[in-house]
Design a protein around this ligand. Structure first.
Ligand SMILES: Cc1cc2nc3c(=O)[nH]c(=O)nc-3n(C[C@H](O)[C@H](O)[C@H](O)COP(=O)(O)OP(=O)(O)OC[C@H]3O[C@@H](n4cnc5c(N)ncnc54)[C@H](O)[C@@H]3O)c2cc1C
Length: 303
C-alpha cells in the first residue's frame, strides 16, 4: 500500500535491455543515446521494486557495477571528503574515516533499512531516487555537501539542497550521472546529529528525519552558524531556515533550542497520509529538532 492508501501489486519485472558498461564515458554515451528511456541501476533496491510495481518502466537498464570507478571514500584536508556514488550505506557506516570526521553521515547510513539493504543500496541511489524520507539527505544538507554530475557535455557540482526538486525528481538531466558526493572539512567547534523517527521498530522509512549542525564561535558559547535539515515532512528534504536564523548569533541556552524547535515544526509541510496526521509529524519535528539540537550543541562544545 502506498502513502495514499492505494494497493500496489508487485509483478514480474517488465522486459528491458540490460547493459554493463565498463567506464563512465560508456555510461554517459548510453544515457545520451537512450535519453529518457534508460535508467541506471546501482544496487537496485529502489529501482527493481518500482519496476515491479510498474511505477517506472525503462526500456534500457544500465548497470553501474562494472564501471569500477565510483566505489571509493577518500579524504584530505584541502579537498575534504569524497564519496563515490556506488559506495554502499554499510561501507559508509563502517568507514573509520567517516565515523571519526563526519559521524552524522555514518549515523544516517547506519539507520537505512536492514543489513541486506545497506549492503546493496548505495548513497548515489539514495539521493537520485529522491524520496523525501531518504536518510542520507538531511545529514548531507547539514554538512553543506555537493554532488558531482557528469554527462557527455562535461561535469558540474551543485549543492545537495539544490539537487532535490520534488518526490522522485532531481536536478539530473536524463543524460546525467551522479558520480561523487563532496563534503568539505568539518569546521572547528562544530557538532552534528541525525535522528530518525519511524512508525515500526524494525525496518522502516523515516516518518520524520532531523539533522542539526551547530557551529560555535571561539568562546564556545555563541552559535556562529547552524543548519537544520528536515526529512519526510515536505516534498523534498528541506532546511528549517527560520529556526536557523533564530539561533544564529545567540549565546545558546536550552530554552532557545526549544523555541527554535517550535519554529522548525511550523516550517515543516507534512501531509496527512494513511500512516499519520500532518499534526503528528509536525510535533515529531519539534521533539527531534530539540533533541538533535541539544546533542549537537554538546558535541560542538567538546569538538
Ligand atoms: C526493504 C527496504 C527498506 C529500505 N529502507 C530505507 C531506509 O530506511 N532509508 C532510506 O533512505 N532508504 C531505504 N530504502 C530505499 C533504498 O534502499 C535506498 O534509497 C538506496 O540507497 C537506493 O540505492 P540503490 O543503489 O539501491 O539505488 P537503485 O535502486 O539502483 O537506484 C535508485 C534510483 O536512482 C537512480 N540512480 C542510482 N544511482 C545513480 C547515479 N549514480 N546517477 C544517477 N542516477 C542514479 C536509478 O536510476 C534509480 O532511479 C529501502 C528500500 C527497501 C527495499
Amino acid at each position: 500500500m502506498n502513502r495514499e492508501g492505494k494497493v500496489i501489486y508487485s509483478r514480474r519485472l517488465p522486459k528491458f535491455k540490460y547493459y554493463s558498461p565498463s567506464s563512465i564515458d560508456e555510461v554517459c554515451s548510453l544515457l545520451s543515446e537512450h535519453k529518457g528511456e534508460a535508467k541506471v541501476k546501482a544496487g537496485g533496491t529502489d529501482l527493481l521494486p518500482m519496476m515491479k510495481a510498474r511505477t517506472v518502466v525503462p526500456h534500457h537498464i544500465i548497470g553501474l557495477k562494472n564501471t569500477g570507478y565510483m566505489d571509493y571514500i577518500t579524504y584530505d584536508e584541502t579537498r575534504g571528503l569524497r564519496v563515490g556514488a556506488m559506495v554502499t550505506h554499510q561501507a559508509i557506516a563502517d568507514s573509520p574515516l567517516v565515523k571519526e570526521k563526519f559521524e552524522v553521515l555514518a549515523t544516517a547510513c547506519r539507520k537505512v533499512g536492514t543489513p541486506q539493504i545497506r549492503n546493496l543500496g548505495t548513497i548515489g541511489g539514495n539521493l537520485c531516487n529522491a524520496a523525501p524520507s531518504a536518510d542520507s539527505a538531511p545529514a548531507l544538507i547539514c554538512l553543506s555537501a555537493k554532488v558531482k554530475l557528469v554527462s557527455l557535455d562535461g561535469e558540474r557540482s551543485i549543492f545537495i539542497e539544490d539537487f532535490f526538486k520534488g518526490p522522485g525528481e532531481t536536478a539530473l538531466s536524463p543524460s546525467e550521472l551522479l558520480i561523487e558526493i563532496q563534503v568539505t572539512d568539518p569546521l572547528l567547534h562544530s557538532g552534528a546529529v541525525y535522528l530518525k523517527h519511524t512508525f515500526r521498530s524494525a525496518i522502516d522509512l523515516a516518518a520524520v528525519g532531523v539533522a542539526v549542525m551547530i557551529i560555535l564561535d571561539s568562546t564556545n558559547e555563541v552559535c556562529k552558524d547552524v543548519r537544520i535539515a528536515l526529512g519526510a515532512v515536505a516534498p523534498t528534504p528541506i532546511r528549517a531556515r527560520r529556526a536557523e536564523d533564530f539561533l544564529r548569533g545567540k549565546a545558546l541556552k536550552d530554552n532557545l533550542i526549544e523555541q527554535a524547535s517550535q519554529i522548525a515544526a511550523e516550517e515543516a509541510r507534512p501531509i496527512t497520509d494513511v500512516r499519520s496526521s500532518a499534526e503528528y509529524r509536525k510535533e515529531m519535528v519539534r521533539v527531534l529538532t530539540r533533541r538533535a539540537g541539544k546533542q549537537a550543541w554538546e558535541k560542538a562544545k567538546t569538538a
